[in-house]
Design a protein around this ligand. Structure first.
Ligand SMILES: Nc1nc2c(ncn2[C@@H]2O[C@H](COP(=O)(O)OP(=O)(O)OP(=O)(O)O)[C@@H](O)[C@H]2O)c(=O)[nH]1
Ligand SMILES: [Mg+2]
Length: 248
């Protein structure tokens, strides 16, 4: 093929991002496109069937691509990867969200898509700090969505409900909901703190030629009852999950 000037075009060189590489260790966060609308017929603010479909899809991604963990709430998931696809950004940013989207679509019965972004991290402390940042967002999201959907039932108009809630302090929102029978500190833990899916090593034994042989197996754990990531319990959990992955 020739260009208008008659010169041969080097199409390989037109792939402007094909050589762009990510650092070896990174978080990939994917987020559902237009899920406010996509999930309009699901239970609000939280639909357990949807959360289960997200968790099952995360487990499949762990089996297929081996990230250290998936942390999910609402329509987003953060994965921690080390060196996949030779760190090629175009591959990472296209294959993971498309695998996730197609697998989730099969479970919920209609097509959905996810965007994705790469966030590099340097050590365990940064991974923990990132997870705290997302867990805070999960909590804010939890307060806002309970407030929004509870008041929408009374007010009847999305815009007016948003206006009513705008600028109100968290304490005030808690009180408004409490009067309506919702105690935000007693909602299911997965709604307040998110869900984490990660590898855990278990030691097993079996008899082989008259001897007991011990061996280790990696299993996937889904944790719907997470601690706060900045509590002692949270730090201990993350230390185990990140062992052998981050500081090598
Ligand atoms: N009904 C229902 N909606 C949910 C559930 N989980 C998340 N969502 C909705 O998903 C949306 C996620 O927020 P965003 O990612 O900011 O909004 P979005 O509509 O996906 O927009 P973009 O991500 O910018 O494309 C929110 O509107 C949530 O209410 C659920 O369990 N049930
Ligand atoms: Mg979204």
């Amino acid at each position: 093929m020739s260009s208008r000037s008659g010169k041969r075009i080097d199409w390989k060189r037109r792939e402007i991002y094909s050589k762009l590489l990510s650092p070896e260790l990174f978080i990939l966060r994917i987020d559902g496109r237009n899920f406010t609308n996509v999930l309009k017929d699901f239970e609000k603010p939280y639909d357990l069937r949807f959360a289960k479909a997200m968790v099952e899809t995360c487990k499949e991604i762990l089996r297929e691509f081996n990230p250290a963990f998936a942390y999910t709430f609402s329509d987003e998931v953060s994965f921690l990867f080390r060196d996949i696809f030779g760190c090629r950004v175009e591959k990472i940013d296209s294959i993971i969200p498309s695998e996730f989207s197609s697998r989730l679509s099969l479970k919920i019965g209609f097509p959905v898509s996810f965007d994705s972004r790469i966030i590099y991290v340097r050590d365990t402390a940064e991974v923990v700090d990132y997870l705290k940042f997302r867990q805070d967002e999960c909590w804010r999201n939890h307060v806002n969505s309970y407030a929004f959907y509870t008041l929408l039932k009374e007010i009847g108009d999305r815009r007016k409900t948003q206006e009513f809630l705008k600028g109100r302090k968290s304490k005030e929102i808690h009180d408004i909901l409490f009067k309506r029978g919702i105690n935000l500190s007693k909602t299911p833990s997965w709604q307040r703190r998110g869900i984490m899916i990660y590898w855990s090593e278990v030691e097993l034994e079996r008899e082989f030629e008259g001897k007991i042989v011990r061996y280790k197996r990696r299993r996937i754990v889904e944790n719907w009852n997470l601690p706060l990531f900045d509590s002692e319990e949270g730090k201990k959990l993350l230390e185990k999950v990140l062992l052998d992955v981050v500081d090598r």
